[in-house]
Design a protein around this ligand. Sequence first.
Ligand SMILES: Cc1ncc(COP(=O)(O)O)c(C=O)c1O
Length: 381
Amino acid sequence: MSPIYLDNNATTPIHPDVAQAMLDCNLRGLVNPESQHQLGRESRRTLESARETIGRLLGLHLEDIHADHLFFTSGGTEANNLALQGYRLAANNKNRLIISGIEHPSVTTTATWLASQGIDVQTVNTLNSGQIDCNHLESLLNDETFLVAAMLANNETGVLQPIDKIVSLCQPRSIPVHVDAVQAIGKLSVDFQSLGATSMAVTAHKIHGPRGIGALITKHEHPPQPILHGGFQQAAIRPGTEAVALAVGFAMALELYVANQVGHQEHLLRLRKTLESGILSQLACAVVVGDDSPRLPHTSNISFRGKDRQAVLMALDVAGLCCSTGSACASGSSEPSPTLVAMGLEDEIIEGALRFSLGVFNTDEEIQAAITQICAVAEVL
Ligand SMILES: Cc1ncc(COP(=O)(O)O)c(C=O)c1O
């Protein structure tokens, strides 16, 4: 029997139609979209059509000379780097970067590196609920602040963040807000214009698209400075030959996801509720982290109080169930999850916490089997 895959926040299996569309695209002999000949022009049209589809589905302003930008990148990590480093370069001597305490390593590690370069990096406290403490954020804002970076939904707990509040604090002070929406797109209706943020990072592989492509979306008047140098592609802000087939795969994955957004939400939420109630009703040691907060429909962080998360993870792996101890970029490390630490949870809860992240291809039968396996493993350990 193939393993039950409950690690969809790390990555999702590619949708067969997306894989087929990318294969067709490659076999069609598309070339460098910068080339001036007819094959180049056809590649350019295909690329721009994919860019437009993604832009439309994510609520970008696409008309007229004030159209928002969508710079394709290699994924969410690069998009976050381009925002933090690129806005630093565009900052006109402003020196303060504020990040939340629950950001993905692609934000926190970049911020740590920027701090080593002399940037005044401030980290916002997190409430027990898993949400960013907006009062603390307000106290950190000053005239020197060139960027506030906050995620739309946390990758470990699924807790949704108060971006509207954050924007309403920053906008009157003309402070740009960068939003990491990597885990949120598709699963929630994300509309860049209503979000009010200056920039937004997205990626394809969390919504059954290909790995290796994402984007940084920015307001027209707020492009970052480039952090890579080379060609003139994408206004020289993100140079490098564009990957047309990957862009086509990204656009199709988003289109497929959004076309059935409500159905997917209902399916995922039902599976998540079944999983959580099935485990909580059988295991007295189990607690759902961030339970009282609004959460993504497919993410469940469950702590098996008093158990060692690494031991539970390994036993589940042997039993044929894939889950994780936290961000895939940090897994393998025995460090406790910075997100759960930032939430101020008890050590026992942090030590025993595992992330189960569901995907649209998971079935009721798999969730029932997962409950049985998880409860059996937790009892034995
Ligand atoms: C919240 C968040 N931001 C950024 C990333 C990085 O995205 P990518 O894997 O496309 O580089 C991830 C991936 O796990 C994520 O969960």
